[in-house]
Write a protein that binds this ligand. Structure first.
Ligand code: CA
Length: 466
């Protein structure tokens, strides 16, 4: 087995159910994202964020409010005639998908109550963490300013305006306290069996520009902000792969159902673009015959970078049907083969995945990772060329699709970011680029409906640094 490929194992890449819970839109059916064009240059959109954690903090631990997580409870200081009976509900969210430059951001915290309760005042606060805590009163989060109050509880969803606490992507937590009516109010938690009753954060915003229309043929992509200097690129303008820039591998990996070949049948440059073409054909590699062939490029020993802006303009082969088991990706691994992976984008096919582009970073493959599935507000990665960009800088990594920021990670979100992607004087790490087109694996193998041959087309790859 090729050691370079083996050290880049990524069988655990891409999405988990947990990450799909963070943002509506992931997984398609959960989507409540709705985009409408307000003007030629601004787009109004809504995203609904599901809780990453929640709990009830209570002074009366024996009543089970913190363990019966199908509900959250609130109650004032004198609750059920117990003077030490206060409970508050704390709910955390990880907001992602707000584009850079979004304006008119409005956020509404919604909790579902099973029973209406007149003359019951509830107030939402910004909470400093604590949503995933033990639920004991001693460990309750610090509360910020009151954000919004309501004087009655209605059966169904109740809403508090928490706009001032949501200014961009990242983690945010809220506490709801009850100050009148000396009886508990029960709210559905994120573990409630009724999915539609679970807590949610509904965010509306105006995006600065509309999505560029995908074109059928290669064309320029969004320009980077000033300060970035182009240091490496391949526009794929020739008639053959430039092997001074790329290694085209002949190999195989355990998690890929295909044999990887450098044949022109699998990897070719034509009409200004690179194509990695997967075929259904019997081929022998590693002493056994597999049913597919594909291609795999990397720049190891030819181009490696510490920090930079990494971009590829890509057309995925994956549409809503006939794409199961097809998994193109543009990603990076360190030359030293150690910890760390940056996925600029992964574009797995299949009806459950084709709408989203996955951004991810890995520390190791145990796996310690952060990942995010970005669902296109309209269209999908396979409807034309789209530009996928990652800016890796000291202390922060940002991801963009078609020039819009979709996600970022920093030391606050990711404790191991600096350890894995930092570059101090004694441990300056260089990462090389990878383009591959995996067939099958843990998101599903191709089935009888999968259309092959299939083309993963790359118009360009560009790298900038500052
Ligand atoms: Ca090109």
């Amino acid at each position: 087995m090729d050691r370079i490929l083996r050290t880049g194992q990524r069988a655990v890449c891409a999405v988990t159910a947990a990450s799909a819970l963070l943002v509506a839109g992931a997984g398609g059916a959960a989507a409540t994202a709705a985009a409408t064009t307000a003007t030629a240059t601004a787009t109004a959109a809504t995203i609904t964020v599901k809780p990453s954690a929640d709990t009830t903090y209570t002074q009366v631990v024996q009543d089970g409010d913190t363990s019966a997580k199908t509900t959250l409870a609130t109650c004032p200081a004198l609750c059920d005639q117990n003077p030490a009976g206060e409970r508050m509900a704390v709910v955390g969210f990880t907001v992602a998908g707000l584009p850079a430059g979004a304006t008119n951001i409005k956020a509404r915290l919604e909790l579902y109550a099973w029973t209406a309760s007149a003359s019951t005042t509830t107030t939402a606060y910004r909470a400093s963490g604590g949503a995933g805590g033990s639920g004991t009163w001693a460990s309750r989060p610090t509360l910020g300013a009151a954000l919004d109050s309501d004087t009655a509880v209605t059966q169904g969803h109740n809403a508090w305006d928490v706009s001032s606490a949501v200014t961009g992507n990242g983690a945010v937590a809220f506490a709801v306290r009850q100050s009148t009516r000396n009886t508990r109010v029960y709210w559905a938690s994120s573990e409630n069996a009724t999915a539609t009753a679970r807590p949610r954060l509904v965010i509306s915003y105006t995006a600065p520009t509309a999505s560029p229309s995908p074109s059928a043929s290669p064309s320029p992509s969004p320009s980077p902000s000033p300060g970035w200097r182009l240091v490496w690129s391949d526009e794929f303008d020739g008639t053959a792969l430039n092997t001074t820039k790329w290694n085209a591998r002949d190999s195989y990996v355990d998690y890929d159902r295909a044999c990887i070949t450098s044949r022109a049948k699998n990897v070719f440059v034509k009409d200004g673009a690179l194509t990695i073409r997967a075929h259904k054909e019997n081929y022998t590699c590693g002493g056994s015959t597999r049913s597919y062939t594909t291609g795999y490029l990397d720049t190891r020993t030819k181009a490696s970078f510490t920090y930079g802006r990494f971009e590829a303009r890509i057309k995925s082969p994956n549409g809503p049907a006939n794409s199961r088991g097809l998994w193109p990706a543009f990603w990076m691994r360190p030359d030293d083969g150690g910890n760390g992976e940056i996925d600029v984008t992964e574009l797995p096919g299949g009806s459950a995945y084709y709408k989203a582009a996955t951004a991810a970073i890995f520390r190791d493959y145990k796996p310690t990772k952060n990942d995010f599935r970005y669902s296109f507000p309209s269209g999908h990665p396979g409807d034309g060329f789209h530009t996928y960009t990652t800016e890796w800088e000291p202390g922060v990594i940002r991801w963009y699709v078609d020039g819009r920021e979709i996600w970022r990670r920093d030391g606050d979100t990711t404790s191991w970011l600096e350890e894995t992607f930092g570059a101090d004087a004694t441990y300056k790490r260089k990462f090389h680029l990878r383009l591959n087109f995996q067939i099958g694996g843990w998101l599903g193998d191709p089935d009888a409906t999968t259309t092959l041959p299939a083309d993963f087309v790359v118009d360009h790859v560009r790298v900038w640094q500052r």
